[in-house]
Design a protein around this ligand. Structure first.
Ligand code: GTQ
Ligand code: FE2
Length: 346
């Protein structure tokens, strides 16, 4: 009867517990002591989930044959972890990710929403996302962001299918009740500074408009990100990492999604690490194993896996590996809820 196994006392001659329970329920009351989580010490975190490219790829082919963006707007297969907080359609706490597919000549019409989104190209080239009027070419490994309330549409000018990973902060918006959507055609387009004005990392344009809460650069090419991570010094966990930032203030790409590229050198294992933040991880290159709490995920190129909060995490590469990570880390930081530990430090 009681989830906490606390003794239920009924005064002599009092009403039976079951009868009282029914009346509480009818009056929209819930006894806290029947909630299993209320006063339990919680260690560790939710289990991770692994989506293997070798399983997904044929299923993605099936999506190409059965539908089109002309029919369904976006041809997306969402990666769903049935146990992730955030309900159906979430990939990890606070994050939703999925694979989007465009065939040559296809386009997905413009729209905008309060949810921040990003696209990381997994296979193919020759597409573009137009973000608030800026044309952002998409080739393998490129990151393109479509921050909250920016107009965006996709076009594919290449000659083979293109597949990219979408990631959105939709679960958080749904929880906060801030999810809004507007179909195109686009109107009231802001004048965005050209990406070329930010082409040199330590020179940024002086902007007369108020700063946007997201990066005014929408495209982060693979050539630059991969060269940067190769040259990066080892971080305290032993991996090399670079962060995709807003060049104006050094902050995250978008308010609720923070992106990193990490390299784990062949034969090395990172020092264990745990955090209150959540990540979805895409394997850009290499092969290895990630331990997340009690689970071990043996991953290969183009696999996706989640790194849910609270678990001790170590990565080991059998072949030098590059991982793209999208996280809610900066959002938690700004809420004073980010806590992180390395190795045995406290
Ligand atoms: O490409 O605009 O995976 O609006 C989910 C919602 C992709 C998109 C998603 C979207 C998009
Ligand atoms: Fe969208």
């Amino acid at each position: 009867m009681s989830a906490t196994d606390a003794p239920i006392t009924t005064a002599p001659g009092g009403r039976p517990y079951d009868e009282i329970s029914k009346d509480w329920k009818a009056a929209n009351l819930r006894p806290l002591w029947e909630s299993a989580l209320a006063h339990k010490a919680r260690e560790g975190g939710p289990a991770p989930h692994h989506w293997q490219w070798k399983v997904l790829r044929p299923l993605i082919d099936d999506a190409m044959t059965v539908t089109s963006p002309a029919a369904v707007e976006r041809r997306v297969l969402t990666l769903t972890d049935p146990d992730a907080a955030g309900g159906p359609g979430s990939t990890a706490t606070n994050l939703a990710a999925g694979f989007q597919i465009l065939l040559p000549g296809e386009k997905a019409r413009p729209h905008r929403h309060t949810m921040n989104a990003l696209r990381f190209v997994v296979e193919g080239r020759g597409a573009a996302t137009v973000v608030d009027g800026k044309d952002c070419p998409m080739d393998e490994g490129d990151l393109v962001i479509t921050p909250g309330w920016t107009w965006h549409e996709h076009v594919h000018r290449g000659d083979r299918p293109i597949i990219w990973l979408d990631a959105l902060d939709a679960p958080l918006h749904r929880y906060l009740g801030t999810d809004r959507f507007e179909p195109g055609p686009a109107h009231d387009l802001p004048t965005m500074p050209a990406d070329a004005a930010f082409a040199f990392p330590n020179i940024v344009p002086e902007l007369s408009e108020p700063a946007t809460p997201f990066s005014p650069v929408f495209r982060y090419p693979w050539a630059q990100a991969s060269a940067a991570v190769k040259a990066a010094p080892k971080w305290k966990d032993g991996s090399r990492r670079v962060r995709y930032v807003n060049p104006v203030n050094g902050g995250p790409t978008m308010p609720l999604m923070d992106c990193y590229l990490i390299q784990i050198d062949s034969g090395t294992e990172t020092v264990r690490f745990r955090t209150t933040s959540n990540a979805v991880c895409l394997v850009c290159d290499g092969r290895g194993t990630t331990k997340v709490g009690e689970d071990a995920i043996a991953w290969d190129k183009r696999d996706v896996f989640s790194l849910p909060h609270g678990n001790w995490i170590t990565h080991r590469a059998d072949e030098t590996a590059t991982l793209f990570l999208v996280t809610d880390r900066d959002a938690l930081h700004r809420l004073d809820l980010l806590h992180e530990q390395y190795g045995n430090e406290f």
